[in-house]
Design a protein around this ligand. Structure first.
Ligand SMILES: [Zn+2]
Length: 248
């Protein structure tokens, strides 16, 4: 009986650890970078969804800032013209898996398929350079990080996620306030605008950008942010973690 309880506690702890955006066992993970420059990366997950993509692109064009879109392979396949629009507008795109399933407890074959298929679709649409991977739901334990390391892929998570809090995500003003108050140099902001249910987020984007600009921030793509942070310590390798954490 005691053992069962211990095992359950162990599983719960592992699950919690797997959900922390700045924790990863293997490979390289970026949730923010250390930089003295006042730069910030805006990232949008999921889609591309017709209608929503055009809407966010026009907001970004109006504000004249670049962003990074982590796209779902299945949606890329269904709407290649939207990816084209994102790229033509000068934004960066990343891989957010093919079918947006939780990546925890999945086989290497499944993971390889999810990553490779989406990368191939993006390459076909003309994407060059590194394609960063963002795990669906931020889950990334065991096989996924191992695969990413073996294949020299970088996982990109986030350091500011206002929609994590229901009382924030349901109000445009709160979304703006939380994001602006919690952002600092080198941060990666995560937002969702590709769903009707995230209309509040879409409405908050212009004001988030305006207020951060007013505080002296400059918006960059994730690639540019990583370049700026390269000399610093935000790229975390397995060796940075205490060994006891992974052995017990
Ligand atoms: Zn997602």
């Amino acid at each position: 009986m005691v053992w069962i309880i211990l095992i359950l506690f162990g599983v719960a702890a592992l699950w919690r650890m797997a959900s922390q955006p700045d924790f990863q066992l293997f490979g390289t993970l970026v949730s923010k970078v250390e930089t003295s420059e006042k730069v910030i990366a805006l990232t949008f997950d999921d889609g591309p969804t017709p209608g929503k993509t055009e809407q966010i692109l026009s907001i970004l064009a109006m504000q004249q800032v670049p962003a990074t879109f982590f796209l779902i392979g299945k949606e890329v396949e269904a709407h290649p013209e939207l990816v084209d629009k994102i790229l033509k507008a000068g934004h960066q795109v990343g891989n957010h898996s093919y079918s947006h399933q939780r990546m925890i407890f999945k086989t290497p074959t499944f993971i390889a398929g999810e990553v490779e298929k989406t990368d191939a679709l993006l390459r076909m649409l003309g994407v060059t350079g590194d394609i960063y991977f963002r795990p669906p739901y931020g889950k990334k334990l065991l096989m996924l990080p191992w695969y990413l390391q073996e294949n020299q892929r970088v996982a990109v998570t986030w350091s500011v996620a206002p929609e994590d809090y229901p009382q924030v995500s349901s109000s445009v003003n709160e979304l703006v306030k939380y994001t602006v108050d919690n952002s600092s140099a080198g941060n990666i902001i995560l937002l969702h605008v590709m769903y009707d249910s995230r209309e509040k987020t879409m409405q908050a984007v212009p004001e988030i950008i305006k207020q951060l600009k007013a505080k002296g921030y400059r918006f960059v793509t994730v690639s540019e942010l990583i370049e700026l942070g390269k000399q610093h310590t935000a790229m975390q390798k397995l060796s940075d973690y205490p060994v006891s954490m992974v052995q017990h």
